[in-house]
Design a protein around this ligand. Sequence first.
Ligand SMILES: [Zn+2]
Length: 535
Amino acid sequence: MSGFDLLIRGGLLVDGTGRPGRPADVGVAAGRLTVLAPGEAPRTGAAEVIDARGRVVAPGFVDVHTHSDGVTLLGPSGGRSALVRASVLQGVTTEICGNCGSSLFPALPERLPAMRAETRITFGGDVGAYADFAGFAAAHAEVPRANHLASLVGHGTLRAGVLGPVDRPARPDELRTMCALLDASLAQGAAGLSTGLIYTPGSYAGTDEVVALAAVAARHGKPYVTHLRDEMSRVEEALEEAIEISRRSGAALHVSHHKTAGRYAWGRTERTLPRIAALRAEGMDVTCDVYPYTAGSTALAAMLPPWANDGGLGALTARLGDPAQRDRMRRAIAEGVPGWENTVGNGGWDRISVACAPRHPQAEGRTVADLAASAGADPLDVAADLLVAEAGEVTIISHSMVEEDVRRVLAAPYAMIGSDGVPKPGGRPHPRWAGTFPRVLGRYVRELGLLRLEEAVHKMTGMAAARFGLTGRGVVGDGAHADLVVFDPATVADRATFTEPLLPPAGIDAVVAGGEVVVRGGEETGARPGKVLTL
Ligand SMILES: [Zn+2]
């Protein structure tokens, strides 16, 4: 009974299964857990004791949807450590990156230099591009980290890694190569296949291409994870495409950051969620994730029609220099393009604010409509000028959802929590990277009573681990991996805002990853036990 490295004593154990919390002590030895009845543990014999009276002890949170693929590879300088820290300080012990069709692998060797040049721009520094999951994992293994990282295989990356960033169907031989690269990375331990069918180059693919790739994931027993082709006026058709892909391929379906955004789709979760519930009742394996905010965040370039991005960032900025091409883009936004989501047409430039434009900090936090009014210019020209000046890389925040839809998705019994955080140096990123998990526990559990505490914790832990095959994680039980979070249910809350997006939360007292205390008293300890997980 003695010899624990760590003993967490006197807390309410909410074990990640969804079952009611119960008083229990939790011991950690050699990176594994032992659950003890209160008072069963010896008074001495643990190297460290955490007093958890009045606190909840839960499995470490699994952030199922991040874009943190490269942030630790940027190195520790400047504001980067604040970015890396934000996830751990909210209690996240495993991040799942490679979402929305974008990962740092795989690619044919001859495509790697061009892809590395693109990731240098999109990640804000030289994070590399890798031939396969093993190369990605090896690069991460060189950089100590506090929590664990798993990665999906991004379809957009895979496509660019074989065809280049071009607007055309894949030839049969190219599709075979994509399937082979995907198969190799899944065999090495990647978590599944992701698509971002609103983003180029993923949007250039038709349904059949994705079915062929999802079938490879199915053979590995890994999920098809998708940012739907449309989350706005055509969200129901886009959901049906995802269902078709899952049915034809045999892969389990996971819908990323489910939302029905833009004025034409507000309230549409009253149709999408019953559709998913009915499929589950028929026995189909379908789940989703959600972040607890009514604003999203993406690239400014994604506000432009797909043909504008054909050929990658260099081709985009060249087109933006041509007034006739700008007029074509303006018309496409006003009139729509079949099969294209068209965020601005669904909402307006007054709902799009600049989050990150490193050479134009004065624009950050302001809407494109507001910048255009000040300059006496057309909003598309303001956006185009900004993109040209920033070499194509500007992040935006899109205030596109209504609270009722967010609450309905959060309450769905198959919805897990993902931040969709985009940790990039500079600017004012979306506060979800630093606030998602405490915001669910503070606002939606304690203040609004939308979820029971045990349900919310299950969505953040056991449900997520089951979906992504994180064996031995997500549930506190004897022999499980020692990933834990200790929080105060009376005070836990997000503090990050759109003006101060990296403020750490309140009430997250301690975080344990791989058996080591990585956060104590709300501060990082400096321990770096995190690993890249091979699944
Ligand atoms: Zn996405």
